[in-house]
Write a protein that binds this ligand. Structure first.
Ligand code: 0X9
Ligand code: CA
Ligand code: ZN
Length: 404
């Protein structure tokens, strides 16, 4: 409600500051191609604060500040400036993606269409005052405690597909339930699904403002030095600031001044902690087609052997459906303070990060176009149901000969 009048106020303030933000964002940040060949070298790069956009066998593409570029060069790695990629500009024919207003509208519609199966909750407000919404799907009318699974998206502003995917998955299970799909009915009646499609709606809106994508990543906190944004996927508390994040507020991987300094991560923290029976969590990101599991802050494997087996078995099984590559997060690069290290390390919840489609920058990178949405949703339906299924007891996967 109050968002309606808060927004005009903020957009007025933005007019004053926006020229500076826009130019500083694009002129300071550059896109680099770096000859880093393995996770050790990629970790050295991520430790400078540069954000790795995608990983190839022999090189990586990163976005970096000038001082981060200098630090990377000091490592002895070959660095090339990629001017062609820094000018990413997309036609605005992406209307199937949901902006914040459309997202709230869609969530309300679903809630109104299925009042007995859903509830819509605000779990907190962003730094600019937008509500962060959770859609709870519970078809079972009893008051019994059911196994809970949490799905979220939109930590990173430019990763719009990570918002629309959980949104469409929610819509799909509800419609399937309503059309009496026997398998979906049996599963949903024994589970509680918590879907938070947009953790960072301020960033989402900023990224699409002025009719042109801004490749924005962080939230919209005004930092102490006047720059904007904390990387929400570096702001969680578990092993916060132990590598692969930056203390430079201008950096794209700025971890924030303290763990959980941001209202968005605080909202997730208190919401997930309030769930008494959550055993599964999935955080959608883009892009690269990966299934990632802890740890992300260290190359060490998780020390509970049984847990590692659960992770590996689940990841491998899910990859048979979506064809994403399963791996430990730090194999991509070390980064501390992400959602899944926290949810597993702090709360013992089996937690995954999916890096959705596409695989490559040339296939659209963060902006694949809205024609891709349905196929990405379709290939992730089975992984979604699988996680939901095992939310009662993830260790159950060890009992069966599933896998490739
Ligand atoms: O860097 C991230 O936050 C995620 N990649 S993204 O391109 N969506 O920004 C990956 C997080 C995986 N976790 C770790 N590597 N720790
Ligand atoms: Ca739209
Ligand atoms: Zn991301």
């Amino acid at each position: 409600m109050s968002v309606k009048w808060i927004l005009p106020l903020f957009s007025f303030l933005f007019v004053l500051g926006s020229t500076k933000i826009a130019t500083s964002g694009s002129s300071e940040m550059m896109t680099l191609k770096i000859a880093a060949k393995n996770s050790f070298e990629r970790t050295l790069v991520s430790n400078t604060g540069a954000s790795i956009e995608f990983v190839k066998d022999n090189y990586i593409i990163v976005r970096a500040l000038l001082e981060e570029k200098t630090a990377i060069e000091k490592l002895g790695l070959k660095v090339e400036v990629e001017s062609s990629l820094s000018n990413l500009q997309f036609p605005s024919k992406d209307s199937e993606y949901h902006d914040y207003t459309e997202l709230v509208q869609k969530l309300r519609q679903m809630n109104q269409k299925f009042p007995n199966y859903t509830s819509l909750k605000s779990i907190g407000r962003t730094i600019e005052g937008r509500e962060i919404w959770a859609l709870v799907i519970r078809t079972n009318p009893s008051t019994s405690v059911l196994p809970q699974a949490v799905f979220m998206g939109g930590h990173h502003a430019r990763e719009h597909l990570s918002v629309d995917t959980p949104l469409r998955l929610a819509d799909w299970v509800l419609e399937s339930y309503a059309s009496e799909d026997a398998r979906i009915m049996a599963l949903l009646d024994e589970r509680e699904i918590h879907i938070i499609p947009a953790v960072n709606p301020d960033g989402l809106e900023f990224d699409i403002s002025d009719d042109q994508y801004k490749t924005w990543r962080k939230n919209r906190r005004r930092n102490s030095d006047g720059t904007y944004g904390v990387d929400l996927n570096r702001n969680y508390s578990y092993k916060w600031g132990t590598g692969g994040s930056s203390s430079n507020p201008r950096s794209d991987t700025f971890k924030g001044p303290t763990p959980f300094s941001e209202p968005e991560t605080q909202a997730i923290q208190s919401y997930v902690k309030s769930l008494t029976n959550a055993k599964i969590l999935l955080s959608f990101h883009t892009f690269s087609k990966l299934i990632l599991y802890p740890w992300g802050h260290t190359n060490d494997r998780i020390n509970k052997d049984k847990d590692l087996q659960v992770y590996q078995k689940m990841a491998e099984k899910m990859s048979t459906w979506n064809d994403y590559r399963p791996m430990q997060s730090s194999g991509l690069y070390i980064a501390s303070g992400d959602t899944t290290d926290w949810a597993y390390g702090e709360l013992g919840i089996f937690s995954f990060t999916f890096e959705l489609d596409p695989k490559e920058q040339w296939e659209g990178g963060f902006y694949p176009g809205d024609e891709i949405i349905q196929s990405v949703v379709d290939k992730n339906k089975e992984p979604f149901l699988f996680l939901l299924d095992y939310a009662d007891d993830p260790y159950r996967v060890l009992n069966f000969g599933i896998g490739r």
